[in-house]
Design a protein around this ligand. Structure first.
Ligand code: GLU
Length: 295
């Protein structure tokens, strides 16, 4: 047995903020096919860590839609809301090592650029109470080779400055939760939408602070409608709602540079074809248009 190949672990991590849309289907499919082509496991984690943004019933409906497309998690689905212990341990470790600090600033006190000016880096100003916790962002280039987008270099210090890892409302922020949960699940490669590529250096910074191995990254093309606009969740042009699943699946594969030949009559046979053919090198850098219904 090739243990290296079988050690591959990938994932799809939707936030339950609405129905699964075409862009999410592309992300789910891309990560699934990459895991399968490496002989690895594919996991689903529901990122239900932000109750104010959560839509009741959305998680169940997303899982149902994934299953209708033949995409089911190889291990029990994880819910981020139940993984709080790991988040707190990491938060405590970062605070203890001084790689994170308490911050008193409200959003209104920050400059319009949104880049944190370092106000509370060296301690809270007198008389102010802690609101959030921020991780220190180094003014240093963090480079990584993205499996699709190629070599990347980002500087968290310039990009965002020290960034929030526990929000003022007490909730753990996405940047920390995603790192802790991917690390605890043993994820070896993160395959997700290109809209998240800008977060990657901050996440790598957290992996380094915590002393954990950094996964590989591959960011799938952003999906745009036929006018070149980013597909919105409510978009009436969303193929998942507009067409039969088999057509939506074909369109998703086309957006990923793997259009199946005519003749496949079932979802199963298309998925099997795609698993055999899948090559990350064939995925376009993007943006990818939804395209019209294939003939
Ligand atoms: N939960 C995030 C989203 O739905 C994705 C997180 C990730 O893949 O890193 O946008």
């Amino acid at each position: 047995m090739n243990t290296r190949a079988s050690a591959y672990r990938g994932r799809f991590a939707p936030s339950p903020t609405g129905e699964l849309h075409f862009g999410s289907l592309v992300a789910a499919l891309g990560s699934f096919l990459q895991a399968r082509s490496r002989g690895g496991r594919w996991l689903v984690r529901i990122e239900d860590i932000d109750p104010p943004r959560e839509v009741p019933g959305a998680a169940a409906s997303q899982l149902k839609t994934l299953a209708e497309f033949g995409l089911t998690s190889d291990e029990p689905v994880l819910y981020q809301s139940q993984l709080g212990k790991g988040h707190l341990q990491a938060l405590t470790a970062l605070l203890q090592s001084g790689q994170a600090f308490h911050c008193a600033c409200s959003r209104r006190e920050l400059p319009d650029s949104g880049i944190y000016p370092g106000t509370c880096r060296n301690g809270l100003p007198t008389g102010r109470r802690a609101r959030s916790v921020r991780a220190r962002a180094k003014h240093q280039d963090i480079s990584f080779i993205d499996g699709i987008q190629g070599p990347q270099s980002q500087n968290p210090g310039l990009q965002s400055g020290d960034f929030v890892i526990r929000r003022a409302d007490g909730l753990i922020a996405y940047q920390l939760a995603v790192v802790v949960d991917d690390a605890n699940a043993g994820i070896t490669e993160v395959v997700r939408g290109a809209d998240l590529i800008e977060s990657t250096a901050r996440q790598i910074q957290l992996y380094r602070y915590l002393g954990w191995p950094v996964p590989a990254y591959a960011h799938l093309p952003l999906i745009v409608d036929d006018n070149g606009e980013k597909l919105s969740k409510s978009s009436g042009s969303d193929p998942i709602r507009r067409y039969r699943h088999i057509i939506a699946l074909r369109l998703a594969l086309r957006a990923l540079g793997h259009e199946p030949p005519a003749g496949h009559k079932s979802l199963d046979s298309i998925l099997t074809w795609a698993q055999r053919r899948w090559q990350l090198e064939r995925v376009p850098v993007g943006p990818s248009a939804i395209g019209v219904q294939p003939g």
